[in-house]
Design a protein around this ligand. Structure first.
Ligand code: ACO
Length: 361
């Protein structure tokens, strides 16, 4: 007989201890291994956050060592690009990335967290270039992930302000408690299937529109609204049709997601974004008002994906690549949680309550 019955979405259920990050949904605060989000992003880039997350799990916590390891892994991954492109013709970026990660061997001598964290940006840039009929550009291992990814996507260095913008994004989204993709990765890691398989599972969970697939539809929504004065009518119609507003609501945050402000500030540092930001902020206000009107008492606020959409648009990332780009950052957190699960965890194997028919007699 079952001992305990929990919410089907595991709402409020605590399933593990972790040293990686804490999401305080009432205070609107994110802590990553002892550091508050704002302080973390101000003082560390993506490689610094990855080093922090991986410290004690095969890494010393040294940012330079992680930067070097990821650069080497990007060069290693570039050799797989022809095979990737041959196998993914006609697939969208995140589906193709799913194939690419699946191709990485469990037997590769490169440390597997470096291997997969290096492969994702190289594969993504090559896939986007191939869609435009362009050749893949070889990585430069001396650069950071953000610098090199933009360079491989554009064919030349993007400039410091754009590189900083992407680096801020990757650092901001690197880890976030037991979100659906991280939990998925931990379930797979708990079976000892290996890091590559667990990361692939995380990507599959990330791609859904209720998780990492939201920012592309945020821009679709902004396009449909067109001008701030039309927002209220658009939202009323959306609620009448039962449409969810992308970039709003969160399972844990009952106040504004703190990552939204970090990313909004990052957008403001990029050239020619003032008008777009003002429009987005007006639509955001309209959305919050509509959520209060149509979903009273639900405490639905802006989440990370709203300003992610604005930031990636300003970085000239095609919107169909947004989810794959999310994976470039979040993979650092998946790897950290996989290490923790493999070190401390047992196989994750809950029970279900059978409500189907039973054999007679
Ligand atoms: N727009 C409209 N209504 C919403 C929204 C939204 N964005 N989010 C929740 N609601 C409503 C639901 O319709 C439901 O209303 P009801 O009780 O009248 O039926 C109520 O709020 C509770 O919704 P749940 O689905 O139970 O909330 P849950 O915590 O399970 O969902 C989620 C969280 C999936 C993020 C949800 O808020 C959502 O779908 N948001 C839009 C998609 C999105 O932006 N996802 C990115 C999240 S951040 C990230 O994963 C990186």
């Amino acid at each position: 007989m079952l001992q305990t019955r929990v919410d089907s979405g595991l709402d409020g259920v605590v399933v593990a201890d972790t040293v990686m990050s804490e999401v305080d949904g009432e205070a609107g605060r994110l802590i990553v291994r002892g550091h508050g989000l704002q302080e973390l992003v101000a003082n560390r880039g993506f490689e610094g956050v990855a080093a922090l997350l991986w410290a004690g799990y095969g890494e010393s916590g040294d940012e330079a060592a992680v930067r070097c390891g990821l650069g080497t892994a990007r060069v290693r991954a570039f050799a797989d690009v022809p095979r990737l492109l041959a196998a993914t013709d006609g697939l969208g970026p995140v589906e193709a990335l799913r194939v690419g990660i699946g191709m990485l061997p469990d037997s590769d001598p490169t440390p597997h967290h470096h291997l997969v964290c290096g492969a994702i940006p190289v594969f993504l840039a090559a896939l986007l270039n191939a869609r435009m009929g362009l050749s893949a550009i070889a990585p430069d291992p001396s650069l950071t992930t953000a610098q090199d990814l933009l360079r491989m996507m554009r064919g030349q260095r993007a400039g410091a302000v754009f590189e900083k913008g992407l680096d801020t994004y990757l650092a901001t989204v690197a880890d976030h408690g037991f979100n659906a993709s991280t939990f998925t990765a931990r379930v797979v890691a708990s079976t000892r299937a290996g890091l590559i398989s667990a990361v692939l599972a995380g990507l599959c969970a990330l791609k859904g529109p209720l998780h990492g697939g939201a920012p592309g539809p945020v821009l679709d929504m902004l396009d449909e609204i067109g001008e701030a004065g039309r927002a209220e009518a658009w939202f009323d119609e959306a609620f009448a049709k039962g449409t969810r507003l992308m970039g709003f609501g969160h399972r844990v945050y009952k106040v504004r997601d703190p990552r939204a402000d970090v990313l909004k500030a990052a957008v403001a540092t990029l050239p020619s974004t003032a008008g777009r930001l003002a429009f987005a902020a007006a639509v955001e206000q309209g959305a919050i008002a509509a959520l209060r009107k149509h979903k009273p008492g639900q405490r639905l606020e802006t989440n990370v994906e709203y300003y992610t959409a604005l930031l990636l648009e300003a970085l000239e990332v095609p919107r169909e690549a947004f989810t794959a780009l999310f994976a470039v950052g979040r993979v650092a957190g998946w790897c950290a949680h996989i290490f923790e699960q493999e070190t401390d965890g047992r196989i994750i194997r809950p029970q279900s309550n059978y409500v189907g028919p039973r054999p007679e007699g």
